[in-house]
Structures are given as C-alpha cells and as structure tokens.
Ligand binder design. Structure first.
Ligand code: TYD
Length: 204
C-alpha cells in the first residue's frame, strides 16, 4: 500500500468543521512560508460538478453510479496531469484535502456494498489523516443553522450509519498512515491548536 508523503486529509461528518480547520491550518503554513495547496472532494472539476448535481437532485441516478462518480472524480483529482494532487506533491507542496476516499467508504457503503466501494477506491493513502469526530446531533444542529437546502446526505439516521463506517475504517488503517482523531465538540481554537501540535511532531 503506497503512502503519499506530505498529503494531509481531513475527514468528518457533514457539519464536523473540516473546512474551517483546513483553512486555519493553511493560514499557519502561509505564515511559515511553507508551500501548500488546499483542495477538496467532490472537486470543482467536471466530474465533481456532476457529483454535486446528483447531491442536489438535479440528476437522478443509482447509489452505485454515484459511488463510481465519486471514484472517477478522485482519480482525476489525484492524477490529472495539470492540477492533480500527485503533481502538486512532486512540486514539493504540502497538500491538504477536505475529504478523500475515506468519505466514500463511510458514506457510499451505507447504500452500496462495502466490497464494491473498497474495490473502486484502491487509491494511495495519505501520510496524515485527521478525523474530526463530532456527534451526529451537533452536526445536525450546525447543518440546520447554515440554512442550506438539505442535500441528500444531511439526515441524522444516515449520518449515524456513516459515523459507524468511519470508525470501523479507522481501526484498519495501513501502516504509515498517521491518524489524529480530534473531538469535534471542542472550540475551533482548541481543535486548531491540537492539530498544529500534532503535525509539528513530524518533519513536513
Ligand atoms: P462536502 O463538499 O464536504 O459537503 P459540503 O457541501 O457541506 O461542504 O461533501 C458533499 C457531500 O458528499 C457530503 O455529504 C459528503 C459526501 N461525500 C460522499 O458521500 N462520498 C465521497 O466520496 C465524498 C468525497 C463526499
């Protein structure tokens, strides 16, 4: 199993706060004049835009087709010759991604077979995986506060199953993946400090 050095992945349920934390970590690298790139899945590239159309119910398809679309978006995200993550890493940047294949394993396995989801997500692992563990009730409260139109996955029961899948997957990480689980109920500042402290123990 190959590991992508200097690749940091943030995962969590919808509303867990990964986007805020990634932004704050990027600010830290900016301050330290370390070259970095911030990215996210689903991407804003053509396949990622298709995924969002499914989430917004503008395109109706099957859970399997959606799982394949997420995986296709991910393959492009990793290996696209002009903007792919592997290229950014080769340029010497730290790459931080808001979600990666762990999201597919956690979310898509609720409605598709886990074997299928795993088979189509044989991608290299990140060197760091930061899981922001927020109870479903807190996530639901935050999602409601945002007032966004509810996407397909913003449902308590569904998120409970997703959280269970995440925790099972985190138990089985290959060697070489450094996992940090942070309590998503802590303040933004506390979480930010914990993440920085953890990463400062490695040479990046
Ligand atoms: P995201 O963009 O993180 O959510 P938001 O629009 O709230 O910032 O992700 C959109 C949704 O897609 C989210 O519910 C998680 C889900 N998702 C999957 O189901 N599988 C995946 O592989 C990924 C990357 C995301």
């Amino acid at each position: 199993m190959s590991i992508l050095k200097s690749f940091i992945v943030f995962e969590g349920l919808d509303g867990a706060g990964t986007t805020t934390q990634i932004r704050n970590l990027a600010r830290y690298y900016e301050f330290n004049r370390r070259e970095y790139a911030v990215t996210n899945e689903p991407t804003d590239n053509p396949i990622g835009r298709l995924v969002r159309q499914v989430l917004q119910k503008k395109i109706i398809t099957t859970p399997e087709a959606l799982a394949l679309l997420y995986a296709a978006d991910r393959s492009d995200h990793l290996y696209n010759p002009s903007y792919g993550i592997t290229r950014l890493l080769e340029e010497g940047k730290i790459v931080m991604s808001d979600r990666y294949f762990y999201s597919s394993i956690a979310y898509q396995s609720v409605e598709c077979s886990r074997e299928l989801v795993k088979a189509i997500n044989r991608f290299p692992s990140p060197e760091f995986l930061i899981f922001i563990d927020t109870p479903v009730e807190d996530c639901m409260r935050r999602i409601e506060k945002r007032g966004e139109e509810k996407e397909l996955f913003d449902r308590a029961e569904f998120l409970t199953a997703v959280r269970k899948n995440y925790l099972a997957e985190l138990e089985n990480l290959p060697e070489g993946v450094n996992l940090l689980v942070v309590d998503g109920r802590a303040s933004i500042e506390e979480t930010e400090a914990e993440i920085r402290k953890y990463l400062s123990g490695f040479s990046l």
